[in-house]
Write a protein that binds this ligand. Structure first.
Ligand SMILES: Nc1ncnc2c1ncn2[C@@H]1O[C@H](COP(=O)(O)OP(=O)(O)OP(=O)(O)O)[C@@H](O)[C@H]1O
Length: 676
């Protein structure tokens, strides 16, 4: 580890620092050496012999043996022969003799006088003698001193020689010391360079170690990746093994199946061979049959052409029949008595009393209705009255919707042939107009509008095979108080202004929804929507439903792709309102306007210049195109209440219907154009 490595090895810097500190130490070392100054004084601090032997040892150590030379004091090396034993004692003794007034030891020829002697000398009183003695004594001491000085000078010379020798030796030692220091310095430099080298090596090792660690980590990661790859591969392998096992299983099953197929194949091959043999036999038959088929196809084409011709004939005949029946037809329908008509539905007598006296004498053609009543005259006599009416058809209370529609369905066929058909339902309130036109929710009670639409779709579907393509459109309007409302619009009753426009033989009402019709089911949902809107409007305004007319218009445009013929027809299904306020006095305004238009149309067929008052009501103006011209067929379904209480109103309605029924408005002609 690099950390342990760095702690175990001293750094180069620390090592250098140590070496430099040693240098400083060494630089102080000469203080430990004997100083020249001391030697110069002539008073060496140590005995020379000792010094010399120490120098020798030191020299020996400098040559590489023993402890490091720089740490030990280095005495001067004496290169010369050991000096002669020199004692300073005689000199010091001589000097002491010179300085001292009395000399303790004298040569044998000298006599030393004591004090008492000097005293006795004077006492004797011979001054010359004493002077001579003293003079001789002085002379001898001068001589002595001279001799001693000569000896001292000789000693001094000898000492000086020694000092010079010592100085020479010191110089040599100094040089040696300098060379030793140079040597040491070079060693230290060497050591520093080695330390640097060591440091570089350590760094290199540290780098190497780091790289090795990085490499080791990378390898560890690679190993980990390799391990996970190996695991995934193991899993894949396991899956593959399983798949392989299941494939083997499937293969063995396929093998078994193949074997059975092979056997089946060989059986089939045998069968094929026999069939081929049979086929060869029938080839001739096939050829004959093909010829026959070709002849049959030609015959079919001829027959289809004949069928088309027959269809055209059928249409002509159908419409001739309709025309012969009259282009104004009136049906009277009496609704059954309802439980809601009676205060006590279970009471049979009350039931009989509630019912008006109605009879239907024409049991074969069902064309008659007879109403009768018994009243008391002013004289108190019983007065019997009866009213007999005859129409194209009278439906008794038990007649079903289907029976009523049978009479109308032929006219739906006429619409697809290009005729304009108007079917009006009218009668007093609660007589069953809505029931007749729209009907109930079940398939038995479905009214004339849904049935007629269904019929038209059915016919257009059948005529497709004869080259006819039809486009159907529907609109549903309400006329209330001479205002038109769109029952398929947004339900904004009596707010929007809709205008009736007659252009090129067709009628258009502005701003109303004209829905493209694709199925009878779609028409049913449109009728439900219109009814819900009418109900909402009726809830908001009382009596509205009995005063508003509804007009459902189905426009049919057919194109024959074979012949290019185009025919346009319209089916108008009108639920006429009965104004309760006026119905007791007269028929309501729209109905009377309709009666006037029909009457004028009847007169016009006799006098060609007759004015037709279409504009007298919104209803007649709206239906102008369907009422005028040669393309019209009118059906009036008069609904009657069975109640005795409504007898007068019923008679009134029956009279109006008779008036309409007696009108002839000319022969209807279909609207056929040619695109070519
Ligand atoms: N042929 C019928 N068979 C059974 N029920 C009938 C028949 N005709 C009418 N009804 C019932 O008589 C009631 C009144 O009929 P409907 O609402 O059709 O009269 P309406 O003439 O349209 O009345 P209004 O003018 O007030 O709208 C309804 O409940 C209806 O179901």
């Amino acid at each position: 580890m690099p950390a342990s490595f760095s702690t175990s090895l001293p750094t180069a810097t620390s090592l250098k620092r140590k070496l430099l500190s040693d240098d400083d130490h060494e630089s102080n070392r000469p203080s430990k050496l004997p100083t020249i100054a001391e030697a110069g004084t002539g008073r060496p601090t140590r005995p020379l012999r000792q010094n010399m032997s120490a120098t020798n040892v030191s020299s020996t150590r400098r040559l590489g043996i023993g402890p490091p030379p720089l740490t030990m004091p280095r005495p001067p090396v004496l290169s010369g022969p050991p000096p002669a034993t020199i004692t300073t004692r005689p000199i010091s003794v001589a000097l002491r003799c010179v300085s001292q007034p009395k000399v303790a030891s004298r040569s044998a020829g000298t006599r030393t006088l004591s004090g008492p002697q000097w005293a006795s000398f004077g006492v004797v009183g011979n001054n010359d003698f004493r002077f001579q003695a003293l003079q001789s004594q002085g002379q001898s001491s001068v001589n002595l001193r001279t001799a001693e000085n000569a000896m001292l000078a000789a000693d001094m010379d000898a000492e000086r020689t020694k000092v010079a020798a010592l100085r020479a030796e010191q110089l040599t030692l100094t040089r040696e010391l300098a060379s030793a220091r140079t040597q040491e310095l070079s060693h230290r430099r060497e050591l520093i360079s080695q330390t640097d080298e060591l440091e570089a090596l350590r760094k290199w090792h540290a780098r190497e170690l780091l790289e090795l660690e990085v490499d080791a980590r990378r390898r560890e990661r690679e190993l980990h990746d390799a391990n996970s790859n190996l695991t995934a591969t193991h899993e894949d392998l396991e899956r593959e093994r399983k798949a392989s096992a299941s494939l083997k299983e499937a293969l063995s099953q396929q093998g078994a199946a193949q074997i059975s197929l092979k056997s089946q194949n060989s059986a089939l091959q045998a069968e094929l061979a026999s069939l081929r043999a049979a086929n060869d036999g029938t080839a001739e038959t096939v050829l004959t049959l093909r010829v026959d088929l070709e002849a049959a196809r030609r015959r079919i084409d001829e027959l289809e052409a004949e069928a088309h011709e027959a269809e055209m004939v059928r249409r002509r005949l159908h419409n001739m029949v309709q025309e012969l029946k009259g282009n104004i037809r009136v049906f009277a329908r009496v609704r059954p008595l309802l439980p809601s008509d009676l205060s006590h539905p279970g009471d049979e007598k009350a039931r009989e009393e509630a019912l008006a006296n109605m009879s239907f004498p024409d049991t074969r053609d069902n064309r008659e209705i007879v109403l009768s009543s018994t009243s008391e005259s002013a004289t108190g006599q019983e007065r019997k009255e009866s009213w007999n009416f005859s129409f194209d058809r009278v439906f008794e209370p038990q007649c079903t919707q289907e029976e009523v529609f049978e009479e109308i369905s032929q006219l739906a066929q006429s619409c697809t042939d290009g005729y304009n058909v108007c079917i009006f339902a009218y009668g007093q309130t609660g007589s069953g107009k809505s029931f007749t036109m729209e009907g109930g929710p079940t398939s038995e009670t479905v009214g004339m509008i849904p049935r007629a639409v269904e019929q038209v779709f059915q016919v257009t579907e059948e005529l497709k095979s004869k080259g006819w393509e039809y486009a159907l459109e529907g609109q549903f309007l309400e006329i209330y108080n001479e205002t038109i409302n769109d029952l398929l619009g947004k339900g904004e009753f009596d707010k929007k202004k809709h205008e009736i426009k007659h252009e090129k033989g067709s009628t258009r009402v502005t701003d109303v929804v004209v829905q493209r019709l694709r199925s009878a089911a779609q028409v049913r949902s449109l009728l439900a929507l219109a009814n819900s809107r009418r109900t909402v409007a009726a809830t908001l305004m009382n009596e509205r439903s009995s005063r508003s007319h509804s007009v459902f218009t189905l426009r049919i445009r057919g194109t024959n792709t074979h012949t290019g013929q185009v025919c346009e027809g319209a089916l108008n299904l009108v639920d006429l309102a009965a104004d309760r306020l006026k119905e007791t006095q007269n028929i309501n305004k729209s109905l009377s306007a309709l009666g006037d238009v029909i009457a004028a149309l009847g007169e016009k067929s006799e006098k060609s210049e007759k004015h037709i008052p279409y504009r007298n009501s919104k209803l007649t103006y709206l239906l102008q195109n369907s009422l005028s011209g040669n393309s019209k067929t009118l059906v009036n379904v008069l609904n009657l209440s069975p109640l005795a209480a409504h007898l007068n109103e019923s008679i009134c309605s029956l009279r109006f219907a008779t008036k309409v029924n007696n009108t002839q408005i000319g022969t209807a002609k279909k609207q056929v154009k040619s695109t070519s």
